[in-house]
Design a protein around this ligand. Structure first.
Ligand code: CP
Length: 327
């Protein structure tokens, strides 16, 4: 029988696993499941602060990281998380795989499945790609970003960072500013923060505000001063030029003048405001360098917390403390 994962993990309610095979989006999660991930991530963060940053929770499990779009933070932090949990990890380099010969996503996944992985972490440019794999694969599927749909582990690490700094999520004013139309991070954050009781404001050029945004229970405005006024949290979203066909605003300089987060705009927020950005940042477009690198920024804390949150997700989807490997 294996040694316990950690006493801290056991104390962090890890006896409960997530009630699902896959993590496809935040829309599916109940508030108690979100809280379970965040609590478990606290214990996982402690593992990352030890001299030997490794526990045997996923020993004997195989995780495949399948990224069809570029990634720095998500792919790296999943791999570190998997290694810290003692999983065997495999990174598929799509550019040197048979995908370039025309193999479909479904066939790629089924061929990987034939080698009996336990979990597939997927990033893909098509919204719904993870749902397709979920239907045809026995493995657990983790959505690492699908098109413009969801990026659930980003929202979970954002919530973890906010909760760590503010000690709560409920009742906070969170202003999300930027390219709302193309952002999977926005969708996952709206689902999570509204489920957890935050007061969510979204702000961007009218051309980049989804027409149906109000039905998600958020307040939308194109006046940035109104969005950031007395905000506890300001989250900037990248202008996703690669997903834009045609002009959504006159120029990047104009965008920065009207929507860029500057020190002057920061002064409108709550005195203890935190500044967030999922990355990669366009400095001088959605955020001034003085703000990105300034005292209110928690942007690199978000990156660090991504490892702990992804450890928690991998662990809980594998059965948590109820799994024999973690017993
Ligand atoms: N936040 C995020 O998804 O970053 P990467 O694209 O680098 O993974």
């Amino acid at each position: 029988m294996s040694a316990p994962v950690t006493t801290a993990v056991d104390e962090a309610r890890a006896a409960t696993a997530l009630r699902r095979k896959d993590l496809l989006g935040i829309a599916d999660l109940a508030p108690d499941e979100i809280a379970l991930v965040l609590d478990t991530a606290e214990a996982m963060k402690e593992v990352g602060e030890r001299p030997i940053k490794k526990v045997p929770a996923l020993r004997g499990k195989t995780v495949v990281n399948l990224f069809f779009e570029p990634s720095t933070r998500t792919r790296t932090s999943f791999e570190i998380a998997e290694k810290r949990l003692s999983a065997d990890t495999l990174n598929i380099a799509v550019a040197s795989s048979s995908v370039v010969k025309g193999e479909t996503l479904a066939d790629t996944a089924l061929n990987l499945e034939a080698m009996h992985p336990d979990t597939i972490v997927l990033r893909h440019s098509s919204s719904g790609a993870c749902h397709l794999l979920s239907r045809i694969c026995r493995s657990a599927i983790i959505n690492a970003g699908d098109g413009m749909h969801e990026h659930p582990t980003q929202a979970l690490l954002d919530a973890f960072t906010i909760r760590e700094r503010k000690k709560r999520l409920a009742g906070l004013k969170v202003a999300i500013v930027g390219d709302l139309l193309h952002s999977r991070v926005l969708r996952s954050n709206i689902h999570l923060l509204t489920k957890m009781g935050s007061d969510v404001w979204v702000c961007g050029p009218p051309t980049l505000i989804p027409a149906d945004i109000a039905r998600f229970g958020v307040r939308a405005t194109s006046r940035i001063d109104e969005a950031v006024a007395d905000a506890d949290v300001i989250m900037l979203l990248r202008v996703q030029l690669e997903r834009m066909e045609g002009a959504f605003f006159p120029s990047l300089r104009e965008y920065f003048n009207v929507f860029g987060m500057t020190e002057a705009r920061l002064r409108l927020a709550h005195p203890d405001v935190i500044i967030m950005h999922p990355g990669p940042m366009n400095r001088g477009v959605e955020i001034a360098s003085e703000v990105a690198d300034g005292p209110y920024s928690v942007i690199l804390e978000q990156v660090a917390n991504g490892v702990a949150v992804r450890m928690a997700v991998l662990y809980l989807l594998s059965g948590g403390a109820g799994d024999e490997a973690a017993a």
